[in-house]
Ligand binder design. Structure first.
Ligand SMILES: *Cc1c(COP(=O)(O)O)cnc(C)c1O
Length: 399
């Protein structure tokens, strides 16, 4: 029996080696990775530039403290500011901490303006923002809240897609609206341009801050650096993590000057957040993502994946119920139970994918995926459908 907390229904599979789109277990069995450690390994495995950057960083100072200047952090912060809407950045170790910083920033913004009662955040059902006490309250998923005492107050939820329902929740205590432009964990639901633009408008009408959780859908995954860019809106605060460190634990909260101005010494902090090792990796990931043609490739592969998924849906109408998502954050609502199907893909077809809410199969390949890899993955999924079909036929004829 494992010494670890039983918080995961773990597979026995352990990987020893990775190369690009592929992972290898102890027996040398090869797996095609459409999981990316849940959208983390954006550059796949063993990217030479990232490996080089980590080795170089290992020869320098690993950790100091945020009470000193960390040149790699200053550089990464400036590069994120130059590339995005943001004026200020706070670095964290994880996505949940990036969200905690985002929520604290929004609340403190109004506190500093003499409106301390304005702390309520409107969030959405089906969302996922992390596993801290604050972020389970923000996510509002009853199964994640159960057993952990009273949820942190200050969050209201409604279903995404209905602007009137959002308007009905706005009150004198509302400080912000929080949403994932593409819900990942909840079922790979992409928000419409009209809905995101409508949320921006509601924020403008009522002086609220718009907080976006781009922990999963950001950093290139949808074919734009941020998923919100598709809607042509500008947020006030954005939480990122996952792909930002390419596998090294790193997250960030990005904000406008206006939103972050009150976050002065004493208001927030993190021991590890933005340490030299993490920021060396963040800079290396950004070198690759900002490299010539990289984002064009991601956008193109997102389109190819969508096309191939449509072919799959046409070929297997009984198994593929709906296609969802955006770019390389793709979802297939399937008929067979998704947990079993993910295990079947892994064990019988050596394809790594992941489930999401609403019985959706989630495909999150590294952003370096090629069309040949996509075809390979489609063939494996088709083979898994065929195997289920054959088993069902056998069972039917036996009975
Ligand atoms: C994974 C995820 C988080 C939480 O990130 P952690 O690093 O696990 O804390 C938050 N929001 C979204 C959208 C995520 O996908």
């Amino acid at each position: 029996m494992s010494a670890l907390y039983g918080t995961y229904a773990r597979s026995d599979l352990a990987f020893e080696r990775g190369e690009g789109m592929r992972l290898y277990d102890q027996n040398g069995r090869e797996f095609l990775d459409f999981h990316s450690g849940i959208a983390v390994n954006a550059l796949g495995h063993g990217d030479p530039h990232l490996v080089g950057a980590l080795k170089a960083a290992a020869d320098k100072v690993w950790h100091t403290s945020n009470v000193f200047t960390i040149p790699e952090q200053e550089r990464l912060g400036q590069r994120l500011v130059d590339a995005t809407f943001a004026d200020r950045v706070f670095f964290t170790n994880s996505g949940a901490e990036a969200l905690e910083c985002a929520i604290k920033t929004a609340r403190h913004h109004f506190f500093s303006k003499g409106e301390p009662d304005r702390y309520e955040v409107i969030a959405f059902t089906g969302s996922f923002h992390g596993r801290t006490l604050g972020t389970i309250a923000a996510g509002g998923n009853p199964s994640y809240l159960e057993g952990f005492g009273p949820p942190m107050p200050g969050f209201k939820h409604t279903a995404p897609g209905d602007l009137d329902a959002v308007r009905a929740l706005v009150g004198p205590q509302t400080c912000a609206i929080l949403i994932e432009p593409v819900q990942g964990e909840g079922g790979v639901t992409a928000m419409s341009t009209e809905f995101l633009q409508g949320l921006r408008q509601i924020c403008d009408e009522h002086g609220l801050l718009l907080i976006l959780d781009e922990v999963q859908c950001g950093f290139g995954r949808t074919g734009r650096f941020f998923a919100f860019e598709w809607a042509g809106i500008t947020p006030d605060i954005v939480a990122v993590a996952k792909a930002i460190g390419g596998g090294f634990p790193l997250g960030a909260c990005l904000a406008t000057e206006e939103a972050a101005a009150s976050m002065v010494p004493g208001t927030h902090g993190s021991t590890y957040g933005g340490n030299p090792l993490g920021c060396a990796m963040g800079n290396a990931v950004l070198d690759r993502i900002q490299g010539p043609g990289f984002m064009d490739h991601v956008a193109q592969m997102g389109q190819r994946l969508a096309w191939h998924l449509q072919q799959l849906a046409q070929r297997y109408p009984d198994y593929v119920l709906e296609l969802r998502g955006k770019g390389l954050l793709a979802g297939i609502k399937i008929a067979p139970p998704v947990r079993d199907f993910v295990a079947r893909l892994r064990d019988d077809h050596q394809l790594l994918a992941i489930g999401a809410g609403d019985n959706v199969l989630r495909l999150l390949p590294p952003l370096i995926v090629t069309e040949a890899d996509i075809e390979d993955a489609m063939n494996r999924i088709a083979a898994a459908f065929d195997a289920i079909e054959a088993e069902t036929a056998t069972t039917a004829s036996a009975s």
